[in-house]
Design a protein around this ligand. Structure first.
Ligand SMILES: Cc1cc2nc3c(=O)[nH]c(=O)nc-3n(C[C@H](O)[C@H](O)[C@H](O)COP(=O)(O)O)c2cc1C
Length: 439
């Protein structure tokens, strides 16, 4: 079998995935899903029917509060607010599926290493090794303020703290050694204490004195995803990510990113992790219908909602800036990588602020792949072949139709092309993602 394409569904536990006001579209059921676990379980089973590697939750742990220095636009339009906890959903989804990987975004600002290891590894163990963690450092001021900080921690220092965070996590994951669990009913001995290493970590940011809280799952620990694209973020991703996730506005941006990743990995003397690019398929029975569906999404979006989201991610208040001038790179402690990607010239001219705001409102900058199922399948294949990426993290728009249509109409075409699985190869998320086993 040749190289295979990997697909992940990119969701948010809020009134929308990534498209501002998609909750108001006729037929969208996300508002109902907020209070109905069964809708999420059905969605997970649909993804499993479509042989997806996983369902991946992004998160906005706080509220977008940069635009006009207020949370009001985010609240008014339901832009990732309310922001329900994705981790709580994982165990319900694990119970209703057998193969699907389940990943959640958790920030190294909001949690302690022990809390994340305990929460995620519990579901990982219970699900037979199907959990992933998207490690983010927490770039949102709203998140920092919600937990009692005045402002966002300085960008590179957040990554220094996150490096230390990971050292504690690895120590906790490695604490329970091979053969430690005896569970001998006759002798009453549960575990051999000599094989359970005590973690005694004291660093600049974290202290931890304990033993591993959860038994290792068949994949040992959750699959690690990372999405920083600044220089510092890229190095962090290469060091810790099993898979890195990237948003680039177009093919030239994706190609440039692949080059940067290869170069940085070579400098660090390690193999580059697999890349999944964020994309947003927009389907229609004909090309015209697909374009109309895209226009409907755009026309529904209030510009203030888009700017609320863009200002939040970029850490800059875009109030009062000329929308029709090129968006200029600005110093930020939020996402430096995304700021750079969308202020670089990657075509014939720079993007205006209005264009970037609309891209953010639609899909936080993930490019649209628009057309009939055949056209969408062909374009995904082209990007996958030209970039050499591992696969795609795909944000749906109208729920659950967008996912159901993709599974029913695009997946069979990818399978026919021989580039997409017809059955799951493994039992763990790690195996299905096609990652190297731990040595
Ligand atoms: C593709 C992508 C997805 C991200 N998803 C989230 C998310 O769901 N929640 C979050 O708090 N941060 C998210 N981030 C933010 C990053 O993890 C990171 O904190 C931020 O981009 C700053 O890193 P950078 O300057 O290295 O790009 C995402 C970033 C990218 C590029």
């Amino acid at each position: 079998m040749g190289r295979q394409l990997h697909l992940i569904s990119f969701e948010i536990h809020s009134p929308i995935n990534h498209t501002v006001l998609s909750w108001a579209a006729p037929g969208d059921d996300r508002l109902e899903a907020l209070s109905d676990l069964k809708k999420w379980q059905k969605l997970a089973r649909t993804l499993e029917r479509g042989m997806f590697d996983g369902l991946f939750f992004a998160d906005t742990p706080g509220v977008f509060d940069r635009y006009r220095e207020s949370h009001e636009d985010a609240v008014k339009y339901g832009v990732c607010w309310p922001s329900h906890d994705p981790v709580v959903l994982l165990s319900a989804l694990a119970a209703s599926t057998e193969h699907l990987g389940l990943a959640a975004t958790m920030s190294t600002t909001s949690f302690k290493p022990w809390t994340i290891v305990r929460q995620l590894s519990t579901v990982d163990y219970l699900s037979g090794g199907r959990v992933g963690w998207n490690i983010v450092t927490g770039h949102l001021r709203g998140e920092h303020r919600a937990i009692g900080y005045k402002d966002v921690m300085e960008h590179d220092r957040r990554y220094d703290a996150a490096d230390e965070f990971m050292q504690v996590c690895y120590a906790l994951w490695d604490s329970i050694g091979e053969g430690a669990i005896l569970a001998d009913r006759a002798t009453g001995i549960y575990a051999d204490p000599d094989k359970v290493r005590f973690v005694d970590y004291h660093g600049e940011f974290f202290d931890c004195e304990t033993v591993g809280p959860v038994l290792p799952s068949p994949q040992r620990r959750p699959v690690l995803f990372q999405a920083g694209t600044s220089g510092r973020g890229l190095r962090f991703g290469i060091e810790h990510g099993d898979v890195v996730f990237a948003i680039q506005p177009n093919l030239p941006g994706m190609m440039r990113y692949m080059g940067q990743l290869a170069e940085a990995s070579a400098q660090m003397g390690v193999k580059a992790p697999g890349v999944v690019f964020g994309v947003q398929p927009i389907l229609g029975g004909t090309e015209e219908e697909a374009q109309r569906n895209l226009r409907d999404l755009i026309e529904r979006m209030p510009l203030e909602g888009c700017l609320a989201r863009l200002s939040g991610t970029m850490g800059v208040n875009f109030e009062g800036i000329d929308l029709d001038k090129p968006m200029r790179e600005q110093a930020t402690n939020a996402s430096q990588g995304l700021m750079k990607a969308f202020t670089s010239v990657l075509g014939d001219r720079p993007f205006t602020l209005r264009e970037v705001a609309l891209k953010w409102g639609l899909s936080v900058g993930m490019p649209q792949v628009v057309g009939t199922p055949e056209q969408v399948a062909d374009e995904l294949e082209r990007i996958w072949r030209e970039t050499g990426c591992h696969g795609f993290n795909m944000t749906p728009n109208i729920m659950p139709k967008s996912v159901e249509d993709f599974v029913d109409e695009v997946v069979p075409i990818l399978q026919k092309k021989g580039i997409y699985r017809t059955e799951y190869e493994g039992t763990t998320f790690r195996e299905n993602l096609g990652l190297d086993p731990f040595d």
